[in-house]
Every structure is written in C-alpha cells, then in structure tokens.
Design a protein around this ligand. Structure first.
Ligand SMILES: Nc1ncnc2c1ncn2[C@@H]1O[C@H](COP(=O)(O)OP(=O)(O)OP(=O)(O)O)[C@@H](O)[C@H]1O
Length: 505
C-alpha cells in the first residue's frame, strides 16, 4: 500500500471523530446488510406468489362466523321427562317380554365398554372403518398424499391439494352434456346436481354451486376441506373440483339408488318400500360414517345437515352420506363453536337452534330424527297431520309414554320387526334426541347400540342365568314371542342377505 494512502486512511474525519478507514468499513458493512435484506425480501415474495399459484383455495376467504367458546358456556337443559319416557319404553317391553330391560348408562353406553375411544381403539377403528380405497388420511393436506384411485385413472391433471382431480370447466361441460336439463338429478339450496360421465367412463355427480354472494365460495371451500381427504365406505367420495373464474363445481362419485328421503316418502316409493332390515342397514352405515367423522379424524367434522335426503343409497343398500356444504371442522380440544344456525327444519338440535352452539352432538340429534323417520316412515315435521302428530319427536315421545310403541312402526313395512329389534331402535333414537346434548351418546356408542346382538339381555347375563336356573327357564321366555326367535343375530344375517329386498308397496 502506498504510504500516502496509508496516511489518508489514518486521517480523522468529522463524523464522530472516526478515522477514514473506520468510516469506510462501517459504510461497507451497512451496504452488505442492505443487500442481504433486499434479497431476503425478494425470495419471500416469490415464495408466497408461488404458493398462491399452486393452491387456489388460499384465495378463498375464511369463514369468519366461527368463534371458539369454552364448554362451560354451553347451556345444559335438563329435561327429566325425556328420561321418564325412556324408562317407560324399558318398562313396557320388560313387562311384555318378562325380560330384563337393558339399562343404558347415562352416556348411552350399552355395556362395560368405555364411552370414548382409547388410542388403540381409535387405531383399530381407523383400519376397520377405512373405506373401499383403504387409506385414511387425516386432514393434513400435503403430508398425506393419496395415491391415484381408480375412478380418476386415465384423467389428465391431478390437483395440487394432494388428493383428487382438478377439472377444467370444459371437462365437466363435456361430462354433463353441456350441463343439459336431462342430466339434472336435483337441486339443493346451494346448487344444481348433474349426472355425468368422465372421459375415462367413471359416472359422476357434478354439483354446480350457485354464485350467491359468497355462500358458494364457503360451501365449496368447506366441502373441499371437510371431505377432500377423508375416505369411508359410507361417505360419498369427492373426486375433484373445478375453479374457473366465478365458477365453483364439485365432482362426486355417482350414487345410483336414490336417497333415503326418496325411499321413505318420495320418488323411489314406486320401487316398493324398504324392509326393516334395509332401513337398519342404512342407518347403521350412516352411524358408522358419523362415528368416523366425529371420533377417528382430527380435526373432527360436524356435518350440520344430517337428514334423510343427504343419505344416498347404493345398489347394495349401503348408506353414503353426502352434502358437506354446511360442515364445520372442530379441532382437538374445542368443545363447541358458535355459528349461524344452518341446517334443515325438523332435524336441527334444540341447543343449536336456540343458541347457535354447535358440536358433534348436534349431528347425533339429527341422526336420531332420521332413525325415527326410518322407523315410522313419517316426516320430521308434517303439517298435514293433526296437531299432536305434526312434530315427529314429540309424537314419538307421546306414543312411547302412553305405551303404544308398537303402533309407531311404518305401516308400509310388511314384516314387522321383532319386539327387541324395535325396542333397540327406539331406545337408540330416543337417546339421540335427548334435549340435553351432554346426555346424547357418541356415534360410536350408537353404532354399538344398533349392532348389539346381545340386546336386550347381554350374553354374559344370559349365560349366568342359564347356569343358575337351567336352559329350560330361559328358552321358553325367548320364544314367548314368535318374532323374538329371529332376534338380533337374524337382523345381521338378514341385513346381509336381504337388505336389498324391498317389500311390495
Ligand atoms: N353423489 C351423488 N350421486 C347421486 N345423486 C346425488 C349425489 N349428490 C347429490 N345427489 C342428489 O342430488 C340432489 C340434490 O342434492 P343436494 O345435496 O344439492 O341438495 P339437497 O340435499 O336435496 O338440498 P339442500 O342441499 O338444499 O339441503 C338430491 O336428490 C341428491 O340425492
């Protein structure tokens, strides 16, 4: 270094008395810092733009109605009379059958099993309840990509969401014959559903959401988030979606045998009436799917619109729950959310209708109403009937309370259910429509109640009685009612064998 430069660098400046070389070093340091900060900003901006391009759903506004609240804010209505009615049902059947009434525990449990799932049970349930394509994916978009399922093979583009297919409007235009009127299956509050066929031959139902002031966006987002990743044989599978301009469409597998509402009260009645066994098979499938949504995945999914028209039926009379447009996700540790009351008149749980308090017990209530609908063949609310019969739940309670339970069975069912099968279904339904949400059973308990072959006498108890008093004492009692001989075991085998068999109307 030349000596004069050295001398220049050692000179003092007027800036805080710093020497020239010190000032130069500081300025250089500041310059380097500014460059680093700028490049960091640029790379962050690029990343966020890329993310937006990949996940169009992020552009959809979040649902702002949801507000978390603690469990203690839930109002607890205690209707003693409801317990009384259940007791009457127990008493009545035990009088008649001279059988020990099954006493359900407070939370609806039928036996020694605990009310909620242990982790091991959850795991077992996950594998048991896995749907036809086998893989359960909890709601974790990127970490659980689902391998290409058969209905989507042969189609050009997979969605960036880690599941399903991202269709273009043109794909769906072709699939539905330009959304022709002949292909309209039905119209709901939020859109029109068309029958269609994809280029690979897969039959589909395409729901074209109405563009009604953002509700379509919400519906769309919720359906995609709520059921895009879940698989269960009793849930309608969402195969993909289409986002183009203002258009929002959902593509489902096509379920070809109408819905429960049509079979009970509407268009499918001309095919005949569902047998008791078919009804119970459909309700059991529905209960299993709800147990899965409520108890096997996280966040749990509250459907919010369980009703007979949302229970589709396939060729083998399996239930397939559809229409998740109103569903809400409930993360672990959240007991309730408050939200605007949505749902369908006659099916909405009282606490939810009154205060907007929502958790999975609201679905349990709606399920109870559907179960009553299937038992009685009546609409949940029917203004065509005399005043005391307009509301199905109230009428049912009145009938059970006055010991006329057998008279509630749908007259269109030719082969009446056995006394114990009827009691099992009625007790389960009454537990589900308990006005106190806390007392309603979990859906896994409902599954056990409906499935129980030991009802109303647990096997253990029967064995004990036999060994104490001899078989002769119990056998005549079991055969005291002709129908009792074909009790619960037959319910299951009949279900498998005859669920599809319909009685002539
Ligand atoms: N995946 C599907 N396969 C076959 N039919 C379907 C499918 N999804 C819906 N449908 C039928 O399309 C019709 C409209 O269904 P959608 O769920 O839109 O309305 P809804 O349940 O009748 O009324 P809302 O949504 O207003 O409560 C119903 O008859 C339903 O059974």
């Amino acid at each position: 270094m030349p000596p004069n430069l050295n001398a220049e660098l050692l000179k003092k400046t007027s800036v805080f008395g710093l020497k020239v070389w010190e000032l130069v070093a500081i300025l250089f340091g500041v310059f380097v810092l500014i460059i680093m900060a700028l490049s960091l900003c640029l790379s962050l901006r690029k990343k966020s733009r890329r993310a937006k391009n990949l996940l169009p759903l992020t552009q959809i506004p979040k649902d702002s109605e949801i507000k978390e609240i603690g469990i203690d804010e839930a109002s607890a209505n205690n209707f003693v009379s409801h317990e009384g009615i259940i007791q009457t049902l127990n008493d009545k059947f035990s009088d008649k059958d001279s059988e020990k009434a099954l006493v359900l525990s407070k939370n609806g449990d039928t036996g020694s099993q605990s009310g909620s799932f242990t982790n091991i049970e959850k795991e077992a349930m996950k594998s048991q309840l896995e749907g036809i394509h086998g893989k359960v994916a909890a709601y974790q978009p990127s970490s659980h990509p689902i391998t290409a399922p058969s209905p989507l093979s042969g189609l050009p583009e997979f969605s960036h969401l880690g599941w399903g297919h991202w269709f273009t409007l043109r794909d769906l235009d072709v699939a539905t014959g330009r959304f022709s009127k002949e292909n309209i299956i039905g119209e709901g509050g939020y859109g029109v559903v068309y029958r269609g066929r994809l280029v690979n031959g897969t039959p589909v139902a395409v729901k074209k959401l109405l563009n009604n002031l953002g509700q379509a966006e919400k519906e769309f987002r919720v359906e995609v988030e709520a059921i895009g990743h879940v698989r269960h044989k009793n849930l309608v599978r969402l195969l993909g979606y289409c986002i183009e301009g203002t258009h929002r469409l959902l593509v489902y597998e096509y379920v070809n045998n109408g819905n429960l509402e049509q079979w009970l009260h509407g268009a499918m009645c001309h095919h005949g009436y569902l047998t008791w066994e078919a009804r119970m098979k459909i309700l059991l499938g529905t209960a299993k799917a709800l147990a899965y949504l409520h108890e096997a995945i996280d966040p749990k999914v509250v459907h919010r619109d369980i009703k007979s028209s949302n229970i589709l039926i396939d060729d083998d009379f399996n239930a397939r729950i559809s229409d998740f447009g109103l569903a809400k996700l409930l993360g672990a540790g959240k007991s309730h959310i408050t939200t605007r009351v949505m749902g369908t008149f006659g099916y909405v749980a009282p606490e939810y209708a009154n205060s907007g308090l929502l958790n999975e017990k609201s679905d349990v209530y709606s399920f109870g109403v559907v179960l009553l609908e299937a038992i009685t063949g009546r609409d949940p609310v029917d203004y065509g009937r005399p005043a005391p019969e307009v509301n199905l739940v109230d009428w049912l309670k009145m009938m059970v309370g006055s010991r006329r339970s057998e008279d509630v069975v749908d007259p269109n069912i030719e082969t009446k259910p056995s006394t114990s099968a009827l009691k099992r279904a009625l007790l389960t339904a009454l537990r589900c429509v308990d006005p106190d949400a806390e007392k309603r059973p979990k859906m896994s308990q409902v599954v056990r109640m409906l499935e129980s072959e030991e009802y109303p006498i647990p096997r253990e108890d029967r064995r004990r009685r036999r060994s104490q008093t001899g078989a002769a004492e119990t056998e005549p009692r079991r055969s005291s009612s002709a129908t009792d001989q074909s009790d619960a075991p037959d319910l299951r085998s009949d279900t498998r064998r005859n669920a599809g068999h319909r009685e002539r109307g």
